[in-house]
Design a protein around this ligand. Structure first.
Ligand code: NAP
Ligand code: GDD
Length: 352
C-alpha cells in the first residue's frame, strides 16, 4: 500500500500485449502500477506510451523500472524497493516457434526467471500475492477440452519451460504459504498482439494487401486449432484470481475452438476477399512439433469468481480487422465495417 492507501502492483512484461492491458485495468482501479522494462536500443514501449506519466509529477501512479528476469539482483532490489501488494509475472520469451531456435534463453527467462522472482519473494518474506502467466501450450498433445486436471504434455521448449514455472508456483504456495496463483490461459489476442503471432499476422497482412503493399501471406500449419479469446477479457481474469480468499490455479478460455484456416476465412470474408488467392504455405513456419487442438474449459473460474469472456471468435476477428485497417489508413466503412467495434474495450483511452 502507498501512504495514501493505494494498492501497489508490480508487472513484469508490462510492454507486452497483456501487460499493457493489465496496466490500464489496474490504473483504472486506482492502483499504483510499477512495470519492469528491458533496456533496448530502440523504443519498446509503444503499447504503454498512452498511459505514461511524467515521473516529475507528484504522486504519479505509473512507474517504470529497468530490469530483466535473468537478473536476480535487480528483482530482489525492485521487490524490496517497491513493496508490491500484487506481482504479475507476464514477462517471457512468448513465441513458441522461436523457442525452438533459442531454447536455452527461453528456459532461462520463462522457467528460471519465474523461480528467481518467487525466490526473491520468499527471501524477502514479502506478503505480496503472485500471478504466474501459465499457458495452455503446457497441455500439448493432451486432447481437448482441457481443464485444471488435464495432464501436461508439452511440445516445445516454451511449453516445457512454462510447465516448470507452473509447478514452481504451486510448490512455493505449498512449501512457503505464498499466495501464488497459476493462470492457465488459452490464446488471447487483440489489436496489440505481436505481428508474428498468427492472428495478427493475418489481420495485419489483410490491411497491407488492401493497400497493395503486399501480395501474399506465407503461413505454416493451417490445421492447428486454437481457443482464441480477447486479451482485455483475460487480464481481468488475472486480476480476479488475486482477489480471491485463497490462491489457486485456473483455466481461462472461451470454450470455442477454430482452425487457422477458419480464422483466415472469417477475416478475409470481412473485406470481401477470398483467402485462397492470397495464402501460400512456407515450411519455415512449421514447428518441429506443434499443438494440434486447444479448447479450454473455464467452468472453475466461472463458478469461483464469475469470470466469463465477453468477446468470442467472430467479434475478435472483426475487431482485429477493423483496427488493422485503421492503422493502415483505411476506412472500415468502405467494407461495411463499423469504425469501432462496440466490444473493443480499452480501459482508459483509445488505442494508440
Ligand atoms: P508478449 O506480448 O510477447 O510480451 C512479453 C513481455 O515479456 C514483453 O513485455 C517483453 O519485453 C517481456 N520480456 C521478454 N523477455 C524478458 C526478460 N528477459 N525479462 C523481462 N521481461 C521480458 O506476450 P503476451 O501475449 O503479452 O503474454 C504475456 C504472458 O502470458 C507471457 O508470459 C506469455 O508467455 C503468457 N501467455 C500468453 C498467452 C497469449 O495467448 N497471449 C497465453 C498464455 C500465456 P519486450 O517488450 O522488451 O520484449
Ligand atoms: N506464429 C505463426 N506464424 N503461427 C502459425 C503460422 C505462422 O505463419 N502459420 C500457422 N501457424 C500456427 C502455429 O503452428 C500454431 O499451431 C498456431 O498457428 C498458433 O500460433 P501462434 O499464433 O504463434 O500462437 P501459439 O498458439 O503458438 O502460442 C500463443 O499462445 C500460447 C497459449 O496457448 C503464444 O501467445 C504463447 O505465448 C501462448 O502461451
Amino acid at each position: 500500500m502507498t501512504e495514501t492507501g493505494k494498492k501497489v502492483a508490480l508487472i513484469t512484461g508490462i510492454t507486452g500485449q497483456s501487460g499493457s492491458y493489465l496496466a490500464e485495468l489496474l490504473l483504472s482501479k486506482g492502483y499504483q502500477v510499477n512495470g519492469i522494462i528491458r533496456r533496448s536500443s530502440s523504443f519498446n514501449t509503444a503499447r504503454i506510451e498512452h498511459i505514461y506519466q511524467d515521473p516529475h509529477e507528484k504522486d504519479y501512479r505509473f512507474r517504470l523500472w529497468y530490469g530483466d528476469l535473468s537478473d536476480s539482483g535487480v528483482l530482489l532490489k525492485l521487490l524490496s524497493q517497491i513493496q508490491p501488494d500484487e506481482v504479475y509475472n507476464l514477462g517471457a520469451q512468448s513465441h513458441v516457434k522461436v523457442s525452438f531456435e533459442i531454447p536455452e534463453y527461453t528456459a532461462d527467462i520463462d522457467a528460471i526467471g519465474t523461480l528467481r522472482l518467487l525466490e526473491a519473494i520468499r527471501y524477502l518474506k514479502s506478503s505480496c500475492k503472485f500471478y504466474q502467466a501459465s499457458s495452455s501450450e503446457m497441455f500439448g498433445s493432451s486432447p481437448p477440452p482441457q481443464n485444471e486436471k488435464t495432464q501436461f504434455a508439452p511440445r516445445s521448449p516454451y511449453a516445457a519451460s512454462k510447465v516448470f514455472a507452473h509447478h514452481t508456483t504451486v510448490n512455493y504456495r505449498e512449501a512457503y504459504g505464498i499466495f501464488a496463483c497459476s493462470g492457465i490461459l488459452m490464446n488471447h489476442e487483440s489489436p496489440r498482439r505481436g505481428e508474428t503471432f498468427v492472428t495478427r499476422k493475418i489481420t495485419h497482412a489483410i490491411a497491407k494487401i488492401l493497400n497493395k503493399k503486399q501480395e501474399k501471406i506465407y503461413l505454416g500449419n493451417l490445421d492447428a486449432k486454437r481457443d482464441w479469446g480477447y486479451a482485455p477479457d483475460f487480464v481481468e481474469g488475472m486480476w480476479m484470481m488475486l482477489q480471491q480468499p485463497q490462491a489457486d490455479d485456473y483455466i481461462l478460455a472461451t470454450g470455442e475452438m477454430h482452425s487457422v484456416r477458419e480464422f483466415l476465412e472469417e477475416a478475409f470474408k470481412l473485406v470481401d476477399l477470398d483467402w485462397k488467392n492470397y495464402v501460400e504455405t512456407d515450411p519455415r513456419y512449421f514447428r518441429p512439433t506443434d499443438v494440434d487442438e486447444l479448447r479450454g474449459d473455464s467452468s472453475k473460474a466461472k463458478a469461483k469468481f464469475g469470470w466469463q469472456p465477453k468477446v468470442k471468435f467472430k467479434d475478435l476477428v472483426r475487431l482485429m480487422v477493423i483496427e488493422d485497417l485503421k492503422l493502415a489508413g483505411l476506412d472500415p466503412s468502405k467494407y461495411g465495417l463499423e469504425a469501432r467495434h462496440p466490444l473493443t474495450a480499452t480501459f482508459l483511452k483509445d488505442l494508440p
